[in-house]
Design a binder for this molecule. Structure first.
Ligand code: IVH
Length: 700
């Protein structure tokens, strides 16, 4: 039971104890209500608990707990939603920033498809609404589940919340396939957004939403669907996910079907017969932007023909058949107060601008990157300068230029540091390189913390609750210093005189949740594992390529160690033969493996894990006849371009290499094949004609 001492008579100790009790009690009612669907108190009693919690917090703000119930309104904690795997990944889009980028996009399409430079390529142009994307699954015409994008593979299930949207058809009108996933954008009209914020301000709410996008996201991700229902959310449908049977031959036709099923489709979408028409649409809608009832941040162009979309496929996380043409960044002027230096996970020293805060594109900006010291020198940024800054979409703010007339007389040019501002080690910049690096390695606090943050981040080990702030705390308090330590954290608690749950900002629940999140990652996919190591130039796509080519952790580890030991031996040659891995990337991988302390950290980590899962082909394509096989294309192909052939092979789980070796499984020889074909014959590698290859992969 909650004590009834009036809030203004509580001592700090009483307040602390009571906040702890209230957090526990409210959470238990929440569980009963949301999970068991069986409320244990009346609404009025529940509200009274929350009000008392809020009143105590208002009087003792320093005692607000990290697991306070008050923190769970607004943005609900992610762990409150069930995870849902998308039957087909939800992709993001590549960006174009000017007309030339868009022309290059269409030229690329033509090359990939092997079309002449004047062949017509129809594009559908659609306003790019600034909201949040969701996937809606319909089975036998009925809405069954809906989820946010999440990391593209797995999102949060928000079915109950989506059901409160008036724009969402619960059943599809007319004929529809057995299974169809519709993708779209949940957004808020500008007028609704303003009205809602005004109402919040009038009601004394402390937090107002920064923009319609944040408002839409915050409103959809509510644990209580009643809150979502009260928010003016809308929905446009614009893309297709999994489908059990074709629904259209083109995107334009598909949009008509969406309308027929009962979805709202943006009326401004337009079918364009070529790139000029698409660009004209972009400029026209850009001019009319302020009059639109919702915020848009650009235009999306999509190849109209579905058969071409299928052939074009995707690279990494974005389709080749679509691109987002962004509107120019919003700019503002402010004062550059000082130039600071941050140290990244690989030791790169990056100058950044500390600015007098200014609003750009609806967001307050007080820091901006200055990229590297050459850029600072080239643009001659100095502390005290008035500068132009810009922000484009989600992109980190940039400092564009100095206004020379406003420079104070005593402004001094920037002098790059020769020592690391974090650990004091030498910071060196090799001739011809743009980046200065700290030589402290893992003895540099900044590098350790940044590496650990990267390790736990969403596309790496994805440990919820291990963001910047907590990594920083756990490191500073001596609890973690390496990835393996993360997995020893929970065991270290036993018998500890200062368990995490008793530390400021932590509670029993938050510590427990963190341990659960860590435990869940003792089994990890090989590509995530590789990416998490934070090797220079090994981003997600490269990590995936490595996982695909080496398949198992022990294979990869041995091969990389061999490649590091002998930089033109077999292992090295095999590594650099992988399509898209050149000597520069291979060099960075080898450098990583040449360091004993890295090998030690890697093995130490592996010992803490239950399993690193073998890589299962591009998208689980183990059934394909070429999954795991190494193939080399040579000569010119008739039916498809070389790029298309390679992309198709990779999508089927094959490894595409650039040169022939004894490890090659197939050489696909087009006309005029030369030395690679000869080498294949010499080594006794199976040679296939283009037709034989197509038959093998079931494409003819
Ligand atoms: S198509 C594979 N169409 O933009 C194609 N996206 O930067 C997937 N967006 O995540 C997206 N309007 O949230 C598409 N008409 C539109 C869009 C649109 C807004 C958003 C969407 C997506 C992001 C990609």
């Amino acid at each position: 039971m909650t004590s009834q001492i009036p809030v203004d008579q509580l001592s700090p100790a009483d307040a602390e104890a009571e906040l702890a009790r209230l957090a526990e009690e409210i959470a238990s009612h929440d569980r009963a209500y949301y999970q068991a669907d069986a409320p244990t108190v009346s609404d009025a009693a529940y509200d009274a608990l929350r009000q008392r919690n809020a009143a105590i917090e208002a009087r003792f703000p320093e005692l607000i707990r990290s697991d306070s119930p008050s923190r769970r309104v607004g943005a609900a904690p992610a762990e409150g939603f069930r995870k849902l795997r998308h039957a087909q990944p939800m992709l993001s889009l590549d960006n174009a920033f000017d007309d030339d980028d868009v022309r290059e996009f269409t030229a690329r399409l033509r090359r990939f498809l092997g079309l002449g430079s004047t062949a017509p390529v129809e594009l559908v142009a659609e306003p790019k609404i600034d909201g949040l994307s969701i996937s809606l699954r319909y089975e036998r015409g009925r809405f069954v589940t809906g989820a946010t994008r999440g990391d593209g593979t797995e999102g949060e299930e928000v079915t109950a919340n989506l059901l409160t949207l008036g724009d969402l058809p619960r059943t599809l009108t007319g004929a529809a396939p057995e299974v169809v996933e519709v993708r779209g954008e949940v957004y808020m009209m500008r007028a609704d957004f303003l009205q809602m914020n005004q109402a919040r301000a009038a009601a004394g709410e402390k937090t107002l939403f920064a923009n319609p996008r944040n408002a839409a996201a915050g409103s959809l991700r509510q644990l209580d669907p009643r809150i979502t229902a009260a928010r003016p959310l809308r929905l446009f449908a614009y893309a297709l996910g999994e489908v059990s049977q074709p629904v259209a031959a083109s995107h334009w036709e598909f949009l008509a079907r969406l309308r027929g099923w009962g979805f709202k489709v943006n009326e401004r979408a337009r079918l364009c017969s070529d790139v000029d028409e698409a660009l004209a649409f972009y400029h026209a809608i850009g001019d009319a932007r302020a009059e639109l009832p919702y915020d848009i941040d650009g235009v999306v162009y999509k190849v109209n023909r579905f058969d071409w979309q299928a052939r074009l496929g995707q690279v990494s996380r974005s389709p080749r058949w679509a691109i987002a043409h962004k509107f120019p960044a919003e700019q503002a002027q402010t004062r550059l107060e000082q130039i600071g230096i941050s140290v990244g996970r690989t030791g790169a020293l990056t100058p950044y601008a500390i600015l007098t805060p200014v609003t750009v594109g609806g967001v307050v900006v007080s820091r901006a990157t200055l990229h590297n010291e050459d850029e600072v020198a080239r643009k001659d940024f100095r502390a005290g300068d008035t500068v132009i800054i810009q922000r484009a979409g989600d992109v980190i703010p940039q400092v564009v230029a100095v206004i020379p007339d406003k420079r104070p007389a005593d402004a001094q040019p920037f002098v790059p540091p020769t020592t690391c501002p974090v650990c004091g080690s030498h910071a060196v910049k090799p001739e011809g390189e743009a980046i200065r690096r700290c030589t402290g390695g893992l003895t540099c606090d900044a590098q350790v913390v940044e590496r650990l943050i990267h390790f736990a981040s969403r596309n790496a080990f994805d440990i919820e609750g291990l963001g910047e702030k907590n990594v920083e705390f756990l490191y500073r308090s001596g609890r973690i210093g390496s990835p393996a330590d993360i997995f020893r954290l929970e065991a270290g608690e036993l018998g500890s005189l200062q368990p995490l749950r008793s530390q400021p900002g932590w509670g029993a629940r938050s510590a427990q949740k963190l341990f659960e999140a860590i435990r869940a990652r003792r089994v990890i996919a090989l590509n995530r594992f590789i990416y998490a190591l934070g090797i220079r130039q090994v981003g997600e796509a490269t990590a995936r390529l490595l996982a695909l080519n080496y398949h198992r952790l022990d294979n990869w580890r041995t091969a990389m160690q061999d490649a590091a030991a002998l930089r033109n031996g077999d292992a090295w040659n095999q590594l650099t033969a992988i399509d898209q891995i050149g000597p520069s990337v291979a060099g960075d991988i080898a450098d990583f493996f040449a360091e004993k302390h890295n090998l030690h950290a890697l093995d130490d980590l592996v010992a803490q894990l239950d399993r690193v899962e073998d890589f299962q082909g591009a998208s689980g394509q183990t059934g394909s006849p070429v999954a795991g096989k190494t193939v080399v294309f040579t000569g010119s192909l008739e039916t498809v371009t070389r790029d298309e052939a390679k992309a198709r092979a990779q999508a089927l789980g094959a490894k595409v290499a650039g040169s022939v070796s004894a490890k090659t499984d197939f050489v696909i020889a087009g006309t005029d094949a030369g030395s690679k074909l000869a080498k294949a014959r010499e080594l006794g590698v199976t040679v296939l004609s283009e037709q034989e290859w197509l038959t093998l992969i079931g494409a003819s």
